[in-house]
Design a protein around this ligand. Structure first.
Ligand code: ARG
Length: 262
């Protein structure tokens, strides 16, 4: 909310996660068969699909809709008291062809932490106001500044009048000011940061208290903490992987070995 209409093709990794024709969450394309989203978006065994390639959420003629084959929710996700390990992967039924409007985003390496004060971008079709009903038609973008854990906890404690640290490992906060925030329907979508012309997804829209309230940050899943899990899921589910990997390794290592032996 509080954002502006995104240009066509500006965020080519953005997908809409749907049940039937209903948008329920955002997500991002990370390879041609995998979509990253939030765990709390995947609650039951519905038939999910993803829609991509279009900034309009209703328009279907120019976009690609792919059914989801399997969902992988982080095993330790929990809803109470706050959402933890809010990350899930969706394996698509078939590969998508990349185009100018359909491209994957980079996932950070293990333990990558986005620095405080970095300016990143959140995109989604979520509500543009706290009380609103339906999602917005055109993809919205809004910038967010990353907050230190400590600073975010202080802000949250003030709002919740508590002394507990609610922002724990695996979460990262973003804030820009009143009215600039993610909101319902944005969950699962990206918090993307640009490093030397490369877009890296630092966070997944996860939770907040209301939307866009003054002094209240939005909370994102910190992806760097989960890279290991993400890679493990993709490797295990792609059953060809060990064989392919081994043969590639052998092809690479054997000639090298011979070279070195020589
Ligand atoms: N949980 C929400 C969703 O399912 C996202 C909420 C984000 N809220 C916020 N104030 N940043 O879409």
């Amino acid at each position: 909310m509080g954002g502006v209409n995104a240009e066509e093709g500006k965020w080519p990794w953005q997908v809409s996660v749907r049940i039937g024709r209903r948008h329920i969450c955002g997500g991002t394309l990370v390879t041609n068969t995998w979509v990253l989203t939030a765990a709390h978006c995947i609650l039951r065994r519905f038939q999910y699909s993803v829609k991509m390639g279009d900034r309009s959420i209703y328009n279907e003629n120019t976009s690609v809709v792919v059914p989801v084959q399997r969902t992988f929710v982080h095993p330790k996700d929990s809803a109470a008291p706050t959402v933890q390990n809010d990350v899930a992967l969706l394996q698509l039924q078939h590969r998508v062809n990349f185009t100018v409007n359909i491209q994957p985003i980079c996932i950070p390496r293990e333990n990558f932490r986005v620095e405080a004060r970095t300016r990143c971008w959140m995109t989604g079709w979520g509500k543009t106001q706290e009380g609103e009903e339906s999602p917005t038609e055109i993809l919205q973008e809004v910038d967010q500044y990353i907050l230190h854990h400590e600073e975010c906890n202080k802000k949250m404690q003030k709002i919740m009048s508590s002394t507990k640290d609610v922002i724990i490992k695996g979460m990262v906060c973003g804030y820009k000011g009143q009215g600039k925030d993610s909101c319902q329907g944005d969950s699962g979508g990206p918090l993307a940061c640009e490093y030397n012309d490369t877009w890296v997804q630092a966070g997944i829209v996860s939770w907040g208290i209301g939307c866009g309230r003054r002094g209240v940050p939005g909370v994102y899943t910190e992806i760097g903490i989960y890279s290991k899990w993400l890679i493990a899921v993709v490797n295990q589910a792609t059953c060809l992987y060990p064989a392919v990997f081994l043969s590639v390794l052998l092809h690479l290592v054997l000639p090298l070995g011979i070279l070195v032996a020589l």
